[in-house]
Design a protein around this ligand. Structure first.
Ligand code: DGY
Length: 425
């Protein structure tokens, strides 16, 4: 294991260099080539990272993100500010209907939580900017409440909406989709990254089939709610939105703004969390709203319950079990499951930003595992670089390189010198 004390300044400088390199002027790309556009949750983490050395740039990232909001309140998962042929599927395939060419789905509601962290760095400097963003966040959160609930649990309607693209949680519902009829296409992701670290073709066919359903109806949510065969109630979507509601409420109170819808939304999602508890598994789980089936899988999303401030029930036992099987971070899928693949994207690898969210919750609950997770993520990045994700057994880097969110998470949380924000010594 490396002696971190020797490397911290160099790692901090490298993280800052990566953030500056991935800055496209007001918005950041996750990494050049593989993801050449603005992604929603990546951008939220990036805002926090930029704020570590340039507060104005941190706010700007959030402002550009929210400027892409659709008239119905949705904030898309990709904004195509400048067409780049290195990525597929581009704006023509999506047919987004917002002010900026975009995809037609959203992503986990991280932005209000990161906005709170940025605001807390300097409430005076952030007050006016947060005031301007606040109604946009309310409208986005309302969109989730209007269009994404099942038994008061938050759903995704496309694997890319949860960001956990190829998680085994989606294998069952995706297998029911017959993707015949989609136009021939050429993937670009496998030209950038080893295909063994990416989703398989069968997954991609179904991702594109689902995009076509939305494109063909102009992303009419009422229609899609009736016809979309993929609708999973999911701890990622649910716990991030619940936490984001709470952080927005805190911001609204701090700024003297109208918080009126938030207490009801919070109560609704607190109740809805119960419908994600899989008693047999002893963990929060994904529920297929079409069949009623559980995914029956312990994913890292289950460990966001503390972050959302809901009753963790027996989650600490599940956490201890899966943590005993890996060396670094939290595996995205149960290491004891036959579907576990330590290098294939969301089927096992550990992700720095998920580790930070999980640790935020553990810290809030006063549990010691949060500090351990921070130290293990720091060792992971210090020893293996700023990769997109990592093998949780060996720490080997995987996916894209020079990754924005890994750099941001290093600067704002994992670095032993993360001096500012809620982890300030
Ligand atoms: C991709 O293209 O792999 C993205 O995860 C979609 O959001």
């Amino acid at each position: 294991m490396k002696d971190l004390s020797m490397d911290v300044d160099a790692l901090d400088a490298e993280a800052e260099r990566i953030l500056r390199m991935n800055d496209r002027g007001g918005y950041s790309v996750p990494t050049a080539g593989l993801y050449p556009y603005q992604w929603n949750w990546d951008s939220a983490f990036a805002a926090y990272g930029y704020a570590m050395f340039d507060l104005d740039r941190g706010w700007r990232e959030l402002e550009v993100l929210m400027a892409g909001q659709w008239p119905d309140g949705m904030v898309p998962h990709i904004q195509f500010h400048k067409v780049d042929p290195s990525y597929f599927p581009g704006p023509d395939i999506w047919g987004g209907v917002g002010p900026v060419p975009s995809s037609g789905i959203s992503q986990p509601a991280i932005a209000a939580t990161m906005a709170r962290l940025v605001y807390e760095l300097d409430p005076h400097a952030g007050a006016e900017r947060m005031r301007a963003l606040y109604p946009k966040f309310i409208a986005w959160h309302r969109w989730f409440m209007d269009w994404r609930l099942d038994r008061d649990a938050v759903c995704l309607t496309h694997p890319w909406e949860a960001g956990r693209d190829n998680a085994p949680d989606w294998d069952g519902p995706l297998a029911r989709i017959d993707p015949s009829g989609i136009a021939p296409y050429e993937r670009r992701d496998t030209g950038h990254v080893d295909p063994s670290m990416r989703p398989k073709k069968a997954d991609y066919d179904r991702y594109l089939w689902l995009v076509k359903q939305g494109h063909d109806c102009g992303w009419d949510q009422a229609h899609l709610r009736e016809v979309n065969p993929f609708r999973m109630a999911d701890p990622t979507m649910h716990f991030t939105l619940l936490r984001a509601h709470r952080d927005l409420m805190w911001l609204g109170e701090a700024l003297g703004l109208d918080t009126s819808p938030l207490p009801d939304w919070i109560a609704q999602l607190e109740a809805g969390a119960e419908t994600l508890w899989n008693a047999r598994l002893g963990a929060y789980d994904c529920r297929d709203t079409v069949t009623g089936d559980w995914a029956d899988a312990v994913s890292n999303a289950a460990f966001l319950c503390w972050y959302a401030g809901v009753d963790p029930k027996t989650t600490a036992q599940a956490y201890a079990r899966v943590q005993s099987k890996v060396q670094f971070g939290v595996a995205s899928h149960d290491p004891e499951s036959p579907a576990f693949e330590p290098k294939r994207y969301w089927r096992g690898p550990t992700w720095a930003m998920m580790n930070m969210l999980i640790a935020m919750g553990l810290d809030d609950a006063g549990r010691p595992e949060g500090a351990e997770l921070r130290a293990s993520t720091a060792r992971l990045i210090a020893g293996n670089g700023f990769a997109e994700y990592f093998d949780p057994l060996t720490g080997a880097p995987a996916g894209g390189k020079d990754f924005t969110w890994t750099a941001a998470i290093w600067l704002g949380w994992a670095s032993p010198k993360a001096r500012r924000g809620r982890w300030a010594a």
